[in-house]
Design a protein around this ligand. Structure first.
Ligand SMILES: C[S@@+](CC[C@H](N)C(=O)[O-])C[C@H]1O[C@@H](n2cnc3c(N)ncnc32)[C@H](O)[C@@H]1O
Length: 285
């Protein structure tokens, strides 16, 4: 790794942190030095912050719903940089919340397949890009909570491997054809094998050429049009309102899969056994 690529992360981090007020940088510094998992996620103190946020938030939602085991997925693994991060963060988050997290990675292991027309952004990505260069080494260093499954994701149904509710998916397959394939297979998964709103990170949506008529953005549009009870909606606006550090690029890439036929989106699950909600009004006193 060259010196300039080694410096890229700290320099980018410094530049993004300079856009925050002093008190937030101070709190973030304290969190970096002494913080719990919760505060490190809140202050973006994990290097691949979108994986840390996705895994943490997925586990927090599962815990609140009384779900004791979840699955988080990396679609598109290449040399395993993201999968390793996901696995390491899952280990910490699992301990924090006391719930079991299965980490799954799916990839052909052979790099990008042949493009299937303009929708796959052939000007950006090409067949053979991003191969897994050392399969044995990656398999030997994966933690015990993690499985890497080698699959052609266009012709094989990944949902056969799901044993507990999918709570977070990172989608980094670059092509429209691969992304629409995994989304279409997801529609076959029973609603109880998702959280009522499952988090999704889409990696390939922010370059100047990305648009809703090609690539991952087109796959989202088509999925929503074809599935009346499953809708993928960008979550950036509400997420940004609720975060102290609002400028991170990854916030724009977080979506939710709303599983509208999920049993926990049913009236039985609203305050079960509790009295009706009351809104106060001081003028009535
Ligand atoms: C950009 S790379 C993923 C990078 C990885 N997420 C990381 O953090 O380093 C895209 C990956 O998607 C995989 N991929 C794309 N289409 C696929 C398909 N139809 N079936 C299996 N793998 C596919 C490629 O093999 C490639 O490794």
């Amino acid at each position: 790794m060259s010196l300039s690529s080694k410096l890229q992360y700290p320099v980018n981090l410094l530049i993004s942190r300079l856009s925050y007020p002093l008190h937030l940088n101070f709190l973030s510094g304290l969190s970096f030095l002494f913080g719990s998992v919760t505060s490190r996620v809140k202050y973006d103190n994990y290097r691949l912050a979108h994986y840390a946020f996705g895994v943490y938030e997925a586990a927090a939602r599962a815990k609140a719903l009384g779900t004791s085991e979840i699955t988080v997925i990396e679609f598109g693994v290449a040399n395993g940089r993201g999968l390793m991060a996901m696995a390491l963060y899952a280990g910490k988050v699992e301990k924090h919340f006391g719930i079991k997290i299965q980490v799954l990675g799916f990839d052909s292991g052979e790099g990008m397949p042949v493009t299937k027309g303009y929708k796959d952004h052939p000007e950006l990505y090409a067949s053979g890009d991003f191969p897994l260069q050392n399969r044995e080494k990656l398999l030997s260093i994966l933690p015990g909570n993690t499985k890497l499954i080698f699959l052609d994701l266009i012709n094989n149904n990944w949902t056969d491997h799901i044993k507990s509710p999918v709570a977070f998916m990172s989608v980094d397959l670059d092509y429209y054809s691969s992304t629409i394939a995994i989304l279409n297979y997801s529609a076959q998964l029973k609603s109880e094998l998702f959280l009522p709103n499952t988090l999704i990170y889409f990696d390939d949506i922010l370059l100047p050429n990305h648009n809703p008529f090609q690539g991952e953005l087109l796959a989202i549009e088509e999925f929503n049009a074809a599935n009346p009870l499953r809708k993928i909606v960008n979550y950036a606006e509400s997420l940004r309102i609720n975060r102290r550090l609002k400028n991170a690029r990854w916030i724009n890439q977080i979506y939710q899969l709303h599983v509208l036929d999920h049993k926990q989106r049913n009236e039985e699950y609203r305050n079960p056994g509790e009295a009706p909600l009351i809104l106060g009004n001081k003028y009535l006193k």
